[in-house]
Design a protein around this ligand. Sequence first.
Ligand SMILES: [Mg+2]
Length: 376
Amino acid sequence: MDITLSIIKADTGGFVGHTAVHPEMMAAARSEITKAIAEGLLIDGNVAACGDDISLIMTHQREPENAAIHSFAWNVFRETTVIAKRLGLYGAGQDLLSDAFSGNLRGMGPGYAELSFTERPSEPVICFLADKTEPGAWNLPLYKMFADPFNTAGLVIDAKMHAGFRFEVYDLYEEKRIWFDCPKDLYEMLMFIGAPARYVIHRVESPTLGEPAAATSTQRLSLIAGKYVGKDDPVMIVRAQSGLPAVGEVLEPFAFPHTVAGCMRGSHHAPLTPVSLAQAHPSRFDGPPRVVALGFQLHEGKLIGPRDLFDDVAFDGARTTAGEVMDYLRRHGPFEPHRLALEDLEYTTMHELERRLADRWESMGEPVRAQKGIAS
Ligand SMILES: [Mg+2]
């Protein structure tokens, strides 16, 4: 059967500060999902939280960016905002950037990853939810899953994977996109996706199977709103097995807690820490950034699961490394590279500082290189 898996997420208020979602908000979202299943809008649904973000994980038979599905999610988030306001939770409704819903959620604040496909007889899917980081955080793990034979043995062992995978990459600054065919375009692609603040993998497809394999949320709230309103806290869907990476190959990249942008005030580099749902509450320096992996077997559109896949001692090493990296980076305090480079800072007093100090800066004359006629 043809199915669409949608994860739609938003931060509609934190409990306490930016660390978690209040249980009343989770209960309200779950009750709306139950109603939507009963009414036939959804085949199935699940509600999960990573940090202060609520994720609605839904299956249905409408296309991605469908108005009915997106407006349903919007209304759920309005309802959880009402609860957050009543309880005085932090940043109530912060991801709802508009007063009125129109058509779909693009540019309105909530993030979403959606994938339409024909369900296979056995359909393992993994929903990744992250908090305190940005969509480019998925670049490195997606590269490893679908393009690195040192991570994914199937690229060598499974003939169905020998043709490689196609990656769709967005330029978030210029609103452009490009397809890279890997392994042919591997080195060119790395030049771009190694700069994850700007270039983000949006989709991965298998040319051999003619099937979509992965989708990420790519909304950058800061660019949408023209000001900082919260790190984008991305989500991602990855299908596994039978010509796609195995479940263990999909999870393996997270054994390395790579450094991402986000953490405190969305303005610091810190390690992306793989955790169980019970540990998905970033309370040290609003970090370190967290990722949870919820595994489902999709069957006739039903979400069988989830299995909390990082709830495994095999990821303890990654968590220990992340703790050590966090200690090391924290000792830099307000210095780069712990603090983001100026152009990537989200919360910033720099513009105001420049104005305030403008008349205290004294000119030291023309730059020396200009005086000597050296081209810059
Ligand atoms: Mg968040």
